[in-house]
Write a protein that binds this ligand. Sequence first.
Ligand code: BG6
Ligand code: MG
Length: 211
Amino acid sequence: MFQGIIFDLDGVICSTDEYHYLAWKALADRLGIPFDRQRNNLLRGVSRMESLSIILEKSTVTYTDEEKAAFAEEKNSLYRELLGRMSPSDLSEEVKTTLDAIRKTGLKMAIGSSSRNTPYILSRIGLDRYFDAVADGNCITHSKPHPEVFLKAAEMIRLAPSVCLVVEDAHAGVEAAIAGGFRCAAMGDARDDPRAAFHMNRFSDLLTFIS
Ligand code: BG6
Ligand code: MG
């Protein structure tokens, strides 16, 4: 049914979505801006600067572009400090076993993430040489819900979107997949998104969709 599978990274392969939250929360608290886990869900899949704009919607102060750039940098340096504490043991046994089982089926495997920290994260968890292709925030001009990153990943593994499955935890990511002509398996925050073809309770459910 599928010849390739494109994985989102944060919140799908690893729990770095929690670190994004903690780093944005620290910034929001310092600036006195209300921010919680529910609001954090709006940031899933969207770029760093778009995430900041969503957070600043609740601010009573208007900031200059220079201040915004400094805020994004502040968040990213705290985020990278958290990422620096990760190791291959932060890759769950279930994810690793499932990825290895998918690998054995011969499907091409790629990453499609909005994050510019993708190479760093993959190296922290020991997957820097695992995937056939990595499309990330460093090689796109439009982040999700635009389909660019998934189209780029499909191009890199030389497959048409119609034969690739995208795995996502963000509504913006599901939207991006559908806009690009992919079918999507949704998990986590996006699990019940009606646009997804498959709804995952656990990562290993993927094995039933692709067989
Ligand atoms: C996505 C996350 O993977 O990457 C978003 O879901 C994040 O929450 C985006 O904003 C950009 O990440 P980074 O690492 O480039 O700041
Ligand atoms: Mg995600």
